[in-house]
Design a protein around this ligand. Sequence first.
Ligand code: FAD
Ligand code: SF4
Length: 496
Amino acid sequence: MSEECVKELSNKERMNLPFQEMLLMDPEKRIKTFEEVPVGYTPEQAKTEAMRCIQCKKPDCIQGCPVGIDIPAFIKLIEEGKPAEAAKKIRETNFLPAACGRVCPQDKQCQAVCIVGRKNLPVGIGNLERYAADYEREHGTLELPDIAPDSGKKIAVIGSGPAGLTAAYELRIRGHEVVVFEAFHRAGGVMVYGIPRFRLPLEIIDEDIKFLERIGVQFAYNMIIGKILTLDDLIKKEGFDAVFIASGAGLPKMLDIPGVNANGVYSANEYLTRIYLMHADKFPEFTTPLYQGEKVAVIGAGNTAMDVLRTAKRLGADVSCYYRRSHEEAPARSEELEHAEQEFLNWKWLSNPVEFIVDENNFIKQIKCEKMALSEPDESGRRRPMPTGEFFTDDCDTVVMSLGCEVNPIIPSTDDEVRINKWGIIMVDESTCQTSKERVFAGGDAITGGSTVILAMGQAKNAARAIDKYVRGKLKEVPNVPTDPNAPGVQWSFAG
Ligand code: FAD
Ligand code: SF4
């Protein structure tokens, strides 16, 4: 469509344009490869999708984005055939656009409030963000940002997930020396050892890390803070002016049932980390092994469970999902569930595992479950799973539990000045992300419990602004850090 044509379109005509579906790799083909499943928009599709945006005068989509991307502005640039400029516009507020375009829950955020969505499908904001970011990477149009003059201040960032990387970027461009301490041997956090390659290719995160290195962020790998160096070592011996804790929520929850310690029983975190970070699927070429045979049982039906199911399938197993509620209650995003359902998996809804049955060498050989029924909806509208007294057993040689995660305890357990609540979440002042310890700030999953990439980034942006003021002696507010151990973690934080 010509630009002239574009200008002539009325809002009604724009809103009636068909939503541009992104093509997916064929299921038969994709279960044999770790290549990315959605193949991306063509330039024509991107332009047509951009034309569906009516450029609202008061765009709710910006409020719906935890980092406040100027969504209509970048979409307009795509419509005008300027994807490199669109990427630049996104980068004003989000320095991980290729990752966010792929993994953000847009259906619950910006797209949930898009006005076009009232009558038609909302504008594909995430797909367009991905298109602009991919164009920028593939055409080498990325420009380095301006860096403020050297402040003479030194900041330690603990953890290199989206929160740590965002804080590192925001603090570096403000002129500070930034060192990221990471427990693993590579950066990216859950984006490299949790989210599978078929949803978020590794080279995307690697490019983002290289970009940070180019602007002067330093990375110190294999450094477990709390073990190798404490917070006090960083502040008193290493001379850091402030510390930002972004150590995530990597402590898995396990079922408390017989057989849970059997060989072949994993948490989702361990299973995915062994594969994506340690390359256990290529053992013995890489030294980390993975005990996976032919029948894999995955427990849970959230987003992480979908990732485990689809990963195990790609490793050639017969894979089954066990969940104590029904399909309707599955907590996974509808798109994740839909993609998994296309991949020839077995679904055992209303099935509650009660025992892992082992052989004489303590290797898992069967999973025993009780069949469940659902109660009437309670006050919250949720239907509770109710035992029926009926049991069944299935053969399996691997079990992966995907039941959620809690905050990494290492840092607070080695520094009692850092206050946590009864769930281990680090308590902070919600507006500045200051902890109860002088000079120490925190953000991401460490202050919320398991959350999302973009919320972790939003909090990191808030924290970076506060840290910048703090080290320059301009942060006047007295931090208000909750003292009640029953206080919840931070629920929502809009960086604006
Ligand atoms: P993390 O990403 O967990 O990073 C923390 C980093 O700190 C890690 O690299 C860790 O090694 C390091 N670390 C921990 N302790 C120490 C220490 N003591 N010293 C030094 N380093 C330390 N979110 C989405 O938005 N979309 C998705 O599709 C999505 N899919 C997911 C799939 C899986 C399998 C999982 C597990 C999570 C998923 N999430 C998703 C959630 C999302 O990844 C997290 O909310 C996000 O990564 C949190 O970022 P973070 O920076 O706080 O922590
Ligand atoms: Fe465009 Fe939807 Fe945002 Fe309005 S709410 S500016 S239509 S993306």
